[in-house]
Design a protein around this ligand. Structure first.
Ligand SMILES: [Zn+2]
Length: 350
């Protein structure tokens, strides 16, 4: 066991706060990066991408710009080629989850460093080494590089639609469940469990729940708390070497909805609602979880997710099979249509 090498890649520089993108040139100099390629969406280019390019130019860099509209493998391949043609040593992902994921994977494939500049706080991919992209029909998660730097500008994030922020909270709060699922998998299925990574993910969830009001009132402190929690979740995954601390039964519910009701709601919104019900299965305080989501303004019911009650029931029943290798509470408390319906009713989801 002592000879087993557990490699952990973490960001070297993390800046969270209002106006931090103004420090990008300094960060580049400090890291010794030289040939950046900025990956962004067309709309995001106007909001932040152009500013990023101008900041880098002021520091004497000649950044290329690559546009990304879809998170699929073809886009990753196109940007990889662009990065290699430019001999880019760094890829700066500026945008929401989709752009960040494409930039991260392009960096992995071209051997460049990845710099993460999220423009919203919708999910925990902003500091993680994992990316989810579409390929062969359904979304799946791939190992990419951890960012060498993360610049999470709360001023920019505060300008994004609040729904994204609430979704990010749902993703973080759901860690209260995923960490318990992980522990359960350790106890009942012999899975590896890393207490440090688990504690970090759980702490992020507690932090967002404790600060629900500050987030719901859209305060600077609330945004910072959420961004720091999202970064911590990414770090927890890097320490664990997998998405395990951050993706449990609440996520299985969300992934199942993505298949049976595609496009209904955002990832974190679905994870939050799933986590309420999974928390009840775990016997933990699901009411507190629901209450904080409601204070934040994140969905807590099927109607708020834009789906019918029977879709919730179907997703609950099918969730266990969507990723059979991932042992969770759903393996222990196997749900039938009837028990799933009761669970959703008891939690006020349907
Ligand atoms: Zn997630």
């Amino acid at each position: 066991m002592l000879n087993e090498v557990h490699r952990i890649d973490l960001p070297r520089i993390v800046l969270v706060g209002r106006g931090v993108i103004g420090s990008l040139g300094d960060v580049f100099q400090e890291l010794g990066l030289q040939r950046p390629l900025v990956v962004t969406g067309r709309k995001t280019y106007e909001i932040a991408g152009r500013r990023i390019r101008d900041i880098l130019k002021e520091y004497g860099y000649e950044p290329g710009v690559a546009f990304c509209s879809k998170a699929d493998l073809d886009t990753v391949e196109r940007i990889r080629k662009q990065a290699e043609a430019k001999n880019a040593d760094s890829i700066v992902g500026v945008g929401g989850g989709r752009t960040i994921d494409v930039a991260k994977l392009s960096a992995e494939k071209s051997g460049a460093f990845f710099v993460s500049v999220p423009t919203n706080a919708a999910h925990d991919g902003i500091a993680s080494s994992l990316a989810s992209v579409k390929g062969h029909g359904r979304p799946y998660s791939l190992k990419a590089v951890a960012p060498i730097a993360v610049l999470a500008d709360s001023g920019i994030v505060a300008e994004s639609p609040y729904r994204f922020t609430a979704s990010g909270c749902g993703d973080v709060v759901s860690k209260a469940v995923s960490v318990r699922d992980w522990r359960l998998a350790h106890e009942e299925n012999g899975d590896y469990y890393g207490e440090y990574a688990g504690s970090l993910a759980l702490m992020s969830s507690n932090l967002v729940m404790r600060n629900a009001r500050l987030i719901g009132e859209r305060t600077e402190e609330g945004y910072r708390t959420l961004l720091e929690a999202l970064v911590s979740c990414g770090v927890a995954m890097s320490i664990a070497g997998s998405s395990r601390p951050c993706s449990g039964s609440g996520h299985l519910f969300s992934h199942t909805l993505d298949v049976i009701a595609p496009g209904a709601a955002l990832h974190g919104e679905q994870c939050g609602v799933g986590a309420i019900m999974m928390a009840k299965l775990h016997g933990i305080d699901w009411g507190a979880l629901r209450e904080s989501l409601s204070v934040i303004g994140a969905p807590t019911t099927a109607a708020e997710l834009g789906i019918g009650p029977e879709t919730v029931v179907e997703a609950l029943v099918k969730a266990r099979a969507i990723r059979p290798d991932r042992y969770t509470i759903l393996n222990k408390a196997v749900l039938t249509y009837e028990s799933a319906r009761n669970l959703a009713r008891e939690c006020g989801v349907i």
